[in-house]
Design a protein around this ligand. Structure first.
Ligand SMILES: [Ca+2]
Length: 203
């Protein structure tokens, strides 16, 4: 492009071509952190780097009976750090720890028949208990997309339940930033929409 041509183009709107990810800064544990969580972090940080990387996190979670795939682990890290660095610091790890503990409680509460799976109706109740009132069509879509059980009735296993809840929560938080008055409607530019949604699809 010649200088003359390029001068016809106005600069992109602020933020349009910036990375949707924020940088991961070193963090510390909140002052009132349960010593068990600190111990858990130190045990998981096998190379003593001060961060837990994806493989370390996967190993740590599996020792708590949460055998998640690396893809789920990457999504967890993205959701709690908002970065694509695939590692997590003490502060974000603490949030992750409490969030998983909370979601495990919700899963156990709504998996009433103890099948280890959450069906469509149970998912609706589980979402509502987290303040997420989703339209029936969205719930139907979630159950269809997150059902990896291959059973006759659509349902979510524990890992996919966690993933589903965290993605819905994460997207809802992003939406709220554009809908500060909580009207249920928001205006996005194309770039803003893509940057908001794509990190949730590709981890
Ligand atoms: Ca580490």
């Amino acid at each position: 492009m010649s200088e003359e041509q390029s001068s016809k183009y106005s600069p992109p709107p602020a933020g349009c071509y910036l990375s949707p990810f924020s940088a991961l800064f070193p963090s510390t544990f909140p002052s009132d952190t349960d010593p068990n969580i600190v111990a858990c972090f130190q045990l998981a940080d096998q190379d003593g780097s001060g961060f837990i990387d994806d493989k370390e996190l996967q190993r740590a979670l599996s020792s708590y009976n949460e055998g998640f795939s690396l893809r789920t682990v990457h999504m967890l890290i993205y959701l709690f750090t908002n970065s694509d660095t695939r590692k997590i610091g003490p502060k974000e790890f603490t949030s992750l720890f409490y969030s998983l503990q909370n979601l495990r409680g919700i899963f156990e509460k709504f998996d009433r028949d103890r099948s280890g799976k959450i069906g469509a109706n149970e998912l609706s109740e589980a979402m509502l208990s987290q303040g997420l009132a989703l339209p029936p069509t969205v719930l139907e879509l979630l159950v269809t997309k997150f059902d990896k059980t291959l059973g006759p009735i659509k349902s979510l296993d524990y890992e996919n339940f966690i993933l589903c809840c965290l993605i819905v929560k994460g997207l809802t938080e992003k939406f709220k930033k554009y809908d500060s008055l909580y009207t249920g409607s928001a205006t996005f530019t194309y770039g803003e929409f893509m940057f908001t949604v794509l990190p949730f699809l590709i981890t």
